[in-house]
Design a protein around this ligand. Sequence first.
Ligand code: NAD
Length: 502
Amino acid sequence: MVETPAQVKDVRLFINGDFRDAHSGKTFPDINPATGQVIARVAEADAEDVADAAAAARKAFDDGPWPRLKVAERAAVLRRIAEGILRRKEELARLESMDTGKSLREALEFDMPRVAHNFRFFADFVEQMGSESYPKDDDHLFYVLREPLGVVGLITPWNFPLMLATWKLAPCLAVGNCAILKPAEQTPITASILAEICAEAGLPEGVLNVLPGFGPAAAGEAIVSQPDVDAISFTGETATGRAIMTAAGPSLKRLSFEMGGKSPDIIFEDADLDLALPGALWGIFMNQGEVCLAGPRILVQRSIYDEFVHRFVEAARRIRIGDPLDPDTQMGPLISQEHWKKVSGYVQIGQEEGAQILCGGNKPALPPPLDAGFFFEPTVMVNVDNTCRVWREEIFGPVATITSFETEEEALKLANDTRYGLVGMVWTQDLARAHRVASKIRAGTIWINCFFIRDLRLPFGGYKESGIEREGGTYSVNFFTEQKTVCVALHKGAILPPVFLK
Ligand code: NAD
């Protein structure tokens, strides 16, 4: 039985250390996708609120203590934020689950620990970080200073709301910037609680501003075109990235984009199927398939194709769909009615393209109040090729497409025949082949005989239309800082070329 919240939450804007209503007084409803019920009334930021937030952030950056604190002092605040997150992790996980439809278990066991870790990781990272230095010919010493960039707009999606927001916010703050965070309109609740936690942890006013609202012709676009914002770090759809790049052009903002994907999951005939099968299932059905780095294009070597497809479909049918708050639930609803229509529309497109639906494709029958939710069955399509839209376009739902290949060359050709390049998975026990194929897939992360394992020091991001820039460790720090080269003359004769001294 789905619990309903005791009352609808009020989510307000957070500007200059205060929670407030939007200038316009407008609000919008936030819906629990498992039940269709309104769980929050959310203040809707517009350009006027963005201007206020940008002014507060600019003042905090130009005159406030945050960029001028010692690294260890900033790191201490970040660690207190991490502690605050862990103290409230049950509440945060529950709200994240009700806002997104992801299972409470995933939110509690995966999202929230990682949210806290994002802050701890970057607190440690900036404390231990060095910079380049080159003594040159005994005459000059060169070294690099890293300085905060200024005011940064962070625009984030709904699929891992707090995890992806803090993956940007933690490095952004760690190096001394001020931020305007715009969470996705579908999932604004936890970002607002994060603002409370940050204030309690001692983050000075104006350093973090949180503006729920919409994208085009609304808060998102206003952040991008706001002259007082120096850079934009965005995660979301490739089409949105394109719009942001156009809008940011006139003010020449620094941009970091993490965007869509349609990644290949290649299973060779020598793979350990007891690993590859759950790996591929997890790869497309975790978080309802609403995962940028999902592997919906499953490529299976011809000799094991029939066995793989049979076992994959059997397992997909067994996935338990239901109330995300129930610990036994493996798959919750899609994020919204609109998204449900998009995913369902792709199943129809697949059928028109000649695909065969081996399982799923519909709304599952669930008891009230879940019958009003946006649930979609795990779906498996075969008889697709690389000309089909269902194979080429990002569906962003629990829809797996499977095809076969004969040779390694053919697998690579199919894998790379895409405008995306976020990740790739390879399942084989042949060591040389594993490395060879990993090096030839045009994507930012390759998993060999595993999936979803991350090390936050390493670059994460996409080739081609999946991304611009990288996030993680030094890569995030480089994006969020200005790097200044300093050259010191080590003796008088090294000051200028001799010709000018005569
Ligand atoms: P989206 O692009 O619709 O929205 C993302 C954010 O951008 C939201 O906050 C939205 O309000 C804002 N936005 C929309 N239009 C805007 C505009 N014109 N100007 C400024 N802001 C604007 O994406 P989504 O539907 O929330 O998320 C799903 C997408 O995100 C998928 O394509 C997925 O692959 C991608 N994603 C990528 C990664 C990654 O790391 N590469 C991670 C998660 C999600």
